[in-house]
Write a new protein. Structure first.
Ligand SMILES: NC(=O)c1ccc[n+]([C@@H]2O[C@H](COP(=O)([O-])OP(=O)(O)OC[C@H]3O[C@@H](n4cnc5c(N)ncnc54)[C@H](O)[C@@H]3O)[C@@H](O)[C@H]2O)c1
Length: 255
């Protein structure tokens, strides 16, 4: 039994109840952590407000990670509210619609920039905000996808961004190890969420996993939440800079 009593966790990336961030928040909360949940914009506030009463001792905060002033403001609020942080979860990804629909060759400079800014740079920026509050060490976790390494239809610039994200995990792990702050990623299998809906022909990827993956089914949010709980806990004290697959084994298949 993992006990996170007395720990403070901040989870970025709650859009709705299907968000991977929500499953992770539920598992961290069940284990006893106090939860700060961050949503992107006023538009998503109501959804967050409606969900968090299900958690014990959780509060919501607004932060658009493409804005440095909002990042500074949220960490000020977290400092005032909790005084420290133990766990940070970055469950954020975004690419403009054209970039995950059109031929990869047509990726524009601006769509490339936005995808990398929101999906990759934000991990570095959030880590920098969290480090001064992680005075007793800590765990930073992000979410990636196998499209970083293998080509999936329409994943396009997100695949390039996920490759950069995975490299950022390793560089951050090396940078923060001496502070006993661990940095890891979960590579989740495909799950029908708001972000996934933007990827053209996403249902083909789900079907391929059912047909060819070792477990012949798709992964569920809560299974990602379980591994996130483990990686955020003292049980994973020896793991940093790693990409852990939670994909029903799909990544081992050749055909
Ligand atoms: N669903 C999948 O199949 C899958 C598989 C592997 C990895 N992932 C990754 O998991 C993470 C979470 O995605 P999800 O599938 O739960 O979808 P989701 O749509 O529920 O979550 C994505 C979140 O990113 C947030 N976001 C986007 N731009 C932002 C910004 N500028 N500032 C703050 N927040 C911003 C959105 O508000 C949303 O809450 C993403 O990194 C995604 O790439 C998803």
């Amino acid at each position: 039994m993992i006990d996170l009593t007395g720990k403070v966790a901040v989870v970025f990336g709650l859009a709705n109840k299907r968000s991977i961030a929500w499953a992770i928040a539920q598992k961290l909360s069940e284990a006893g952590a106090r939860l700060a949940i961050c949503y992107q914009s006023e538009r998503l506030k109501r959804e967050a407000e409606a969900l968090i009463p299900e958690l014990r001792d959780a509060q919501i905060f607004q932060c658009d990670v493409s804005n440095d002033a909002e990042i500074d403001a949220v960490f000020e609020q977290l400092k005032t509210t909790y005084g420290k942080l133990d766990i940070l979860v970055h469950s954020i990804g975004f690419a403009p619609a054209d970039a995950i629909k059109n031929d990869f060759l047509l990726t524009t400079r601006d769509d490339f920039r936005v995808a990398h800014d929101v999906s990759v740079y934000s991990l570095i920026a959030l880590a920098r905000g969290a480090v001064p509050l992680m005075t007793e060490g800590g765990s930073i976790l992000t979410l990636t996808y196998y499209g970083s390494t293998k080509v999936f239809p329409n994943y396009n610039v997100m695949g390039v961004a996920k490759a950069a994200l995975e490299a950022a995990v390793r560089y951050l792990a090396a940078s923060l190890g001496s502070k006993n702050i661990r940095v890891n990623a979960i590579s989740a299998g495909p799950i029908k969420t708001l972000a996934a809906r933007g990827i053209g022909d996403f249902s083909k990827i789900l079907t391929a996993v059912e047909e060819r993956g070792p477990l012949h089914r798709n992964v569920e949010q809560i299974e990602v939440g379980n591994v996130a709980l483990f990686l955020s806990s003292p049980l994973a004290s020896g793991i940093t800079g790693e990409i852990t697959f939670v994909d029903c084994g799909y990544n081992i298949t050749g055909l």
